[in-house]
Design a protein around this ligand. Structure first.
Ligand code: SAH
Ligand code: SF4
Ligand code: F3S
Length: 449
């Protein structure tokens, strides 16, 4: 029998990207190889995101394309998983309108995938296997990583914050932290495998609470997020530590000090503000005020002067008036973010904000969005321009995809740099003299390895 191939299409955040690496690892271990072309693969997996309506729409669009693939090659297995599958109304829609889907599973049982797939193939029947809630964290699953030098490492799963607009607490369940030892072990193995930079993943890493189940003399019974960073900082061969995402409501003083004491922790923080209006923040259930956010930024900059600060902002949350939006513009101008992700508010089924009154009309949302992005772009361009003439440390990730004469990588502050180098510097931290800048990237040349 010839070897079979797979293709995984991933929507959504780093959590999903990381899950897809696990799914790929399991398929590889079952004897499958990765197909470069989706529509020729024997097993097609779509890992879905539900954070905004657009993500849902793109998924259904993709499924539409797969109908033709199934017609031509009926033996193809179409499997769908991820955040959308944790919602009953989506499962109902799939059952009613998309009969060419063979396997549906959720975010809490990805470890069951090989078994479920085998059942689909053996029985030639459709399977829906979604768990309503998470059981214990499963350790030791295989992984097929996309990047040789950088890796995502989950430190916790789920979210307990219930921001009123957000679907994630419903799709990812309650907060669970991995044991520090399991994380340290994974990072050790990654470094052995050539990884230089890790990004610790969690919806709110500040509420990480690592418990130790066995007696261990080196690790305390309870480990905070900052303590975890300090433990990881000792990993020989590891060069950089990053994390995503930290919630402003409980960013601790201890974490700010970790930037000072742990030299591997990169001078960058992604600190989603969502809005500059305290009234809107309260309606979002974010549990901080605009003033508290500004104080936090000040505090971070006083202890870590070169820290790059990036953020997420939602435009057009229900009840957002022109005045509230002005408050967001003002906050953005005051902080001067290095960069930001901006989103049009999207009502999600089952979230409290879906039923809030005074939903903002689409045209107003778009208008505000454009005004906000203009200001953010001006600041990003200024911040990048200020780096021209300086020398930055860049982790070289390989050749640039758009220009083979250049290498590409990121600075400690997470800025994208394309640069010239005389030899293949991939996988090394190189000093790069920045010679030019645009709104979204820097260019330069390596001065030494
Ligand atoms: N846990 C992270 C965010 C994960 S979702 C945190 O709280 O910081 C990533 C971003 O998507 C959020 O920060 C928010 O800006 C945006 N987002 C989430 N739900 C949204 C919705 N319903 N409409 C528009 N944007 C949304
Ligand atoms: Fe969603 Fe809020 Fe949790 Fe982030 S903290 S995942 S925005 S509920
Ligand atoms: Fe999307 Fe789920 Fe991530 S909804 S943003 S893939 S946690």
């Amino acid at each position: 029998m010839r070897n079979k191939s797979f293709y995984i299409q991933t929507f959504g955040c780093q959590m999903n990207e990381r899950d897809s690496e696990t799914l790929a690892g399991m398929l590889r271990d079952s004897g499958y190889y990765e197909s470069p072309v989706r529509n020729q693969a024997d097993v097609i997996v779509i890992n879905t995101c539900s954070v905004r309506e657009n993500a849902d729409k793109r998924f259904f669009g993709t499924l539409g394309q797969l109908k033709a693939v199934k017609r031509e090659r009926p033996d193809t297995v179409v499997a769908v998983c991820g955040c959308m599958m944790q919602q009953q109304h989506i499962i109902e829609t799939l059952k009613a309108k998309y009969p060419w889907v063979d396997l549906i599973f959720g975010t809490h049982n990805i470890h069951e995938f090989p078994e479920l797939l085998a059942n689909v193939l053996n029985e030639r029947e459709k399977i829906v296997a979604v768990w309503g809630r998470a059981e214990n964290i499963i350790e030791g699953l295989p992984s097929m990583r996309k990047n040789p030098y950088k890796a995502f490492v989950n430190i916790m799963y789920g979210c307990d914050n219930f921001c009123t607009y957000c679907i994630v607490p419903f799709t990812r369940g309650r907060e669970r932290s991995r044991e520090p030892k399991a994380i340290l072990h994974e990072v050790y193995r990654l470094v052995e495998d050539g990884v230089r930079e890790i990004t610790l993943l969690g919806q709110n890493v500040n509420s990480y609470q690592g418990m130790v189940s066995e007696e261990d003399s080196e690790i305390k019974k309870e480990t905070s997020f900052a303590e975890l960073i300090c433990l990881l900082n000792k990993t020989e061969g590891l060069e950089r530590i990053r994390f995503m995402t930290s919630h402003p409501k409980d960013l601790s003083e201890e974490l700010i000090e970790a930037y000072v004491s742990c030299e591997k922790l990169c001078p960058h923080i992604h600190l989603p503000v969502q809005s500059g209006s305290t009234k809107i923040l309260s309606m979002m259930n974010r549990k901080y005020t605009a003033e508290a956010y500004l104080k936090l930024v000040e505090r971070l900059r006083s202890r870590v002067p070169d820290i790059a600060i990036t953020t997420d902002i939602i435009v057009g949350f229900p009840g957002e008036t022109e005045q509230d939006f002005d408050a967001t513009l003002n906050l953005v101008k005051t902080v001067g973010f290095d960069s930001a992700f901006t989103f049009l508010y999207s009502a999600r089924k089952g979230t409290p904000a879906e039923d809030f009154k005074d939903q903002v009309p689409e045209s107003i949302k778009h208008d505000r969005f454009n005004r906000l992005v203009n200001i953010l772009n001006i600041t990003s361009a200024e911040k990048n321009k200020a780096l021209v003439g300086t020398t930055e440390e860049v982790l070289a990730e390989g050749k640039s995809k758009t220009n083979a004469a250049l290498f590409t990588g990121r600075t400690g502050g997470h800025k994208l740099v394309n640069f010239k180098a005389d030899s293949d510097v991939s996988g090394h931290i190189v000093k790069v003299l920045i010679t030019n800048s645009t709104t979204f990237s820097l260019t330069g040349r390596a001065s030494e390895v």
